[in-house]
Design a protein around this ligand. Structure first.
Ligand code: 3EB
Length: 330
């Protein structure tokens, strides 16, 4: 528990996560309800809110300004402590850190710092099982070879991961934003029971990537089946086959490969095939000129899936598209 925080112990009946958070994209996120765990707005023109549950992601949206809202069963309380903020309710915990790399000696130091804060909070909370993490950093592909900023991030991330991650890595997304390059944003979803990690049989597990991808392999699982077993939280998924990037420079082929990976993950997680209205998804697109292609692909292959399209750089310079999201069993 953090000294001086407004944190309250949850009521005893709230300590079992029975229903996964419901995720939706909406135009109407003006007033959050008492059961809203978190809400995300995208880009520099999104309004600033004082509510700790309300997080402004440093990625610019393409098209309409939608907010992402997470609802839980139960009353939510929230608080803030310096760079860290949190909310909890219904057995679920949202926690987020925003920090400046220059205040922590660079990318690696900032990642270590952010993960240290989050590990400290989660380690002292009833909701100790991290299910899913999102990471947004600036200029993600700047720097050569082992000095690429993403690789420094990977080293700092594992350095700051505390005991709570010893049981295995959660599903994650790591994307480059185009805002202040020193801004690091990390947020997570945790709960009071372990989920089930799911790997993709078409891909080498990220923590086993060979040395060519950096000194420190990335610390994430391909997906997490949330404890009740009714939702698969899907990591950032790209055109990676084995450990190699496929179809460098070819957006159409990367989209098709990414969809094959998403389908393989659904099968591996025991979810029904297909991404329909029960699968809110986000597409991170490196080049704005590919947005129409990405939307056309989505309209053809998963027309009913709610889709947010964001301007983001993928952590390997040759990758043009990454897709993540949630798949509810329904
Ligand atoms: C890949 O498959 C693409 O470092 O947390 C995807 C999801 C990727 C998460 C992370 C990186 C991360 O390796 C990159």
């Amino acid at each position: 528990m953090l000294p001086g925080s407004e944190m309250r112990q949850p009521a005893p009946q709230a300590t079992h996560a029975r229903t996964a958070p419901r995720v939706r994209y909406t135009h109407e996120s003006g007033g959050l309800s008492s059961s809203t765990l978190a809400a995300f707005d995208f880009g520099a023109s999104a309004p600033a809110f004082d509510d700790p549950r309300r997080f402004r992601v440093a990625l610019e949206p393409f098209g309409e300004a939608l907010s992402e809202v997470w609802e839980v069963d139960g009353e939510v309380c929230s608080g803030r402590e310096g760079e860290l903020r949190w909310s909890r309710g219904g057995g679920w915990l949202f926690a987020a850190v925003e920090c400046r790399e220059d205040e922590h000696g660079g990318t690696e130091g900032a990642a270590r710092h952010a993960y240290g804060l989050l590990s400290g909070l989660v380690g002292g909370a009833p909701e100790q099982h991290v299910q899913r993490i999102w990471n947004y950093l600036g200029a993600i592909n700047a720097g050569d070879d082992d000095d690429e900023r993403y690789k420094h991030f990977c080293t700092g991330r594992i350095g700051g991961m505390g005991e709570i991650f010893a049981q295995g890595f959660p599903a994650a997304t790591a994307i480059g934003h185009h805002a202040d390059p020193t801004l690091l944003q990390v947020y997570l979803l945790a709960t009071d029971r372990p989920g089930t990690r799911v790997e993709n049989p078409r891909q080498v597990s990220a923590w086993r990537y060979p040395r060519q991808y950096g000194r420190t392999p990335p610390s994430f699982a391909r997906a997490t089946l949330l404890p009740a077993g009714d939702v698969l939280a899907i990591s950032g998924t790209a055109a990676v086959v084995g450990h190699a990037s496929a179809h460098a420079g070819d957006i159409d082929a990367q989209l098709a490969e990414t969809l094959r990976n998403l389908e393989a993950l659904l099968a591996a997680g025991g979810l029904p095939a297909g991404l329909g209205h029960l699968a809110p998804m986000k597409a991170y697109v490196r080049h704005p000129e590919h947005v129409a292609t990405v939307r056309a692909f989505a309209a053809k292959h998963f027309p009913e899936a709610p889709l947010l399209v964001l301007h983001g750089d993928i952590c390997r310079a040759e990758l043009l598209i990454e897709i993540d999201g949630w798949r509810y069993r329904g």
